[in-house]
Structure formats: structure tokens, C-alpha cells
Design a protein around this ligand. Structure first.
Ligand code: MG
Length: 387
């Protein structure tokens, strides 16, 4: 029998966090929740923790009444992320705000399960170097990277020819090109296959999500960018593939349900029974693959350019993307404006090496500020300045 894995969940009230709590509650003999962090919603965190009466709770920046016994503030979040009482720390939300708890978790020597790709995009070198220095194992939770991790089990990295990330194509895969830049919020949020939070759903519609995932794959698996490809696969049944030097491709398949990669990461790579129903191949499952049309998804090339320039550019790009997606969701810029704002910030951002946390946070802040200014210039609604 496997020992119980003690888990801390960062981002417990987000989409990944809620699914993680669901998995932990379903496997009480394998998984135990020792603590959870939420960004702002204290009441929602308290509700989510009702099935886990022993778990510690932290809300970083409370927007509502904080229940008795719940700690607050970023220091408390980092302290919980750094606890020696956990075997696995899941980072599952918060975008750029998850970076500090992630770095704290990197020093534990436990397993760091990363679902928040933004932390690897912003600070991939710092996160992987800090984890390596403290013998902390990074387990991917993103479905594509979990798939690649599974395809690579038992293989030699030297025999890998390339990684192939699959992308569903999102809601605009078959839309007339001229309709995309002015597409509505509801249309952009209607992902055909995956149920996810609004930020990653919009990122899937622009394909910035796949750009961030290319960078994430580079840092998780150590391959150069010219050996990380993207292919459109509308059914999201193949979650990603690895091509080996002998011409073999290994793929990982399953239904599109994040609880599968979450459970695999929380259990440290062990397979728990019945996490999700299996993909039924004979019940109408199809596997189609198409090349990606860069005119349809300009954000992917923006991300690749930022990735290759490196340094603080990906952090600035990621920050600009968070601002631009937020502005689109608020109705302040059109859908097509997201990639334009991000490209303008990212392509003009100065290159050069970035090593320290302070330099990364400065790149994030500069990208964010420039993106706010661009949104302000382009804003559709006279609703006043952004916060
Ligand atoms: Mg993904």
C-alpha cells in the first residue's frame, strides 16, 4: 500500500484547486490535505475546506470577511508553501502572483506540482535551478506536459527528437478569419473541449496558452525551442506526444478532464484507480491532426519570439497578456487587441540576461505598466482608469 501523500494546494478556490480538493476528498487513504491558500476569497476557501477540518488555511489578500483561524497575507502563503509537513505542493492558480509561493515550495525538497504555467514562463531558470539545488522534484500538471512526462517515463532524454504539443484550436479553429478580431466575450469563452477558468480559456482562444506551454515545456524537459512543436488536434484526446530518434511517436490519450493529471501529480506519479472514466475508442472517438495556421493565432508567434529572446522578455510578455486578457474580459479592448497589446510590449522589451527574482519582478511590472497604458489608449469604454 502506498503511504499517504500530504498535500498543500496553492490557489484552492480556482478551477485547478477545486478539482484538486475533489481528488483529495475521493482518495482519503492516498492523499491528505494539510493546507490550502486562496488569493482573495476567504469565504469560498472556508467552504471548500469543510471536508478537511484539519487543514491550515491562508487567504493572501482577502476581499471578504476572514473566518476565525484563517491566516492572511503573502508571507503566510509562502510559509505554508514552504512547510515541511507536505509531500506535494500544488501550485494551481494566481498567475504571476503564484511566483513567490512557488519559489518557497522549491526549497522544500518535496514534490512541486506545477499547474500555473505563468511561474515557469516568468522565472523558468530561477524556479528549475532553485528546485534542483534543494532536490525538489517538479511534476507537471498541465495536461500536455503531464502527457509528455508520461511518454518520457523510462526513456532516455538523448533519444527524444521533438516534443509535440497538441492544441484543440479553441473556439476559433474553423471561424472565418475576418470574424476573429471582433469576436465577443461569450464566443471566446466557449471552449469546445475543456472546462477551465476564464484566463486560460481566453488564452486558448488566442493560442497564447500554447505559446506559454511551449516555454513551460522548454523549462520542464530542457529541450531547445526548435524541437518543441505544436499541432492542432480538435478532439483533445491525444494530450501530447513525443517523437523519438528512431521515428517512433508515443502519445498519451484520455478524456479531457484535469483531474487525471492532477491526481497523477498529487500521488507523485502513481496511478490511482478510477480517477476519470477511460476514453472509449470504439464509441465515435476520432483522432484528427492539422497544421496550425499562424494567421489565425498570431499570439503563438509572439510567444515564440519572446521565448527565443529570453531574459526578462517572457515575464514582460506574460504580464502584458494578463492585463490584455483582463481588459478584453472587461469589454475594454476587442479580442484581436489582446495579441496586439502583447506583441507591442513583448517585441519592444529590452533583452539581456535576467537572473534574480528582483529583475524578474521588475520585468513583470514594466510589462504590466506598458500594457495598461496601451489598453488605456485603445480602450473601447469610457469607464475610467484601470486599477
Ligand atoms: Mg494545457
Amino acid at each position: 500500500m502506498m503511504p499517504v501523500n500530504r498535500v498543500v494546494v496553492i490557489g484552492a478556490t480556482g478551477s485547478i484547486g477545486r478539482q484538486a480538493l475533489d481528488v483529495i476528498a475521493r482518495f482519503p487513504h492516498e492523499l491528505e490535505l494539510v493546507g490550502a491558500v486562496a488569493g482573495s476569497r476567504a469565504g469560498a476557501l472556508a467552504d471548500a475546506l469543510k471536508p478537511f477540518p484539519g487543514a491550515r488555511a491562508v487567504v493572501v489578500n482577502p476581499s471578504d470577511q476572514v473566518p476565525y483561524g484563517m491566516a492572511t497575507g503573502p508571507d503566510a502563503a509562502c510559509e505554508l508553501a514552504a512547510t515541511q509537513d507536505a509531500d506535494v505542493i500544488l501550485v494551481g492558480g494566481g498567475g504571476a502572483g503564484a511566483l513567490l509561493p512557488t519559489l518557497a515550495a522549491c526549497e522544500t525538497g518535496a514534490v512541486l506540482a506545477v499547474a500555473t504555467k505563468e511561474v515557469l514562463v516568468m522565472a523558468g531558470e530561477l524556479v528549475t535551478a532553485t528546485a534542483a539545488a534543494h532536490h525538489t522534484t517538479i511534476m507537471p500538471v498541465d495536461s500536455e506536459h503531464s502527457a509528455i512526462w508520461q511518454c518520457l517515463r523510462g526513456e532516455e532524454l538523448e533519444t527524444v527528437a521533438r516534443l509535440i504539443l497538441t492544441a484543440s484550436g479553441g473556439p476559433f479553429r474553423a471561424a472565418p478569419l475576418e470574424e476573429i478580431p471582433g469576436a465577443s466575450r461569450d464566443r471566446a469563452l466557449a471552449h469546445p473541449n475543456w472546462r477551465m477558468g476564464p484566463k486560460v480559456t481566453i488564452d486558448s482562444a488566442t493560442m497564447m496558452n500554447k505559446g506559454l506551454e511551449v516555454i513551460e515545456a522548454h523549462f520542464l524537459f530542457g529541450l531547445p525551442y526548435d524541437r518543441i512543436d505544436v499541432v492542432i488536434h480538435p478532439q483533445s484526446a491525444v494530450h501530447s506526444l513525443v517523437e523519438f530518434c528512431d521515428g517512433t511517436l508515443i502519445a498519451q490519450l484520455g478524456i479531457p478532464d484535469m483531474r487525471a493529471p492532477i491526481a497523477l501529480a498529487l500521488s507523485g506519479g502513481r496511478r490511482l484507480p478510477g480517477v476519470v472514466p477511460p476514453l472509449e475508442l470504439t464509441q465515435g472517438a476520432r483522432l484528427d491532426f492539422e497544421p496550425l495556421d499562424p494567421r489565425r493565432y498570431p499570439a503563438l508567434d509572439v510567444a515564440r519570439r519572446a521565448a527565443i529572446r529570453g531574459g526578462g522578455v517572457p515575464a514582460a510578455m506574460n504580464a502584458a497578456n494578463e492585463v490584455a486578457v483582463g481588459a478584453f474580459l472587461e469589454g475594454r479592448i476587442p479580442f484581436g487587441g489582446i495579441a496586439e497589446v502583447v506583441a507591442e510590449v513583448s517585441d519592444s522589451f529590452p533583452g539581456g540576461p535576467v537572473r534574480s527574482l528582483a529583475e524578474i519582478l521588475a520585468a513583470d511590472a514594466a510589462g504590466r505598466r506598458q500594457a495598461y497604458d496601451l489598453v488605456e489608449e485603445a480602450a473601447l469604454s469610457p469607464a475610467g482608469p484601470l486599477p
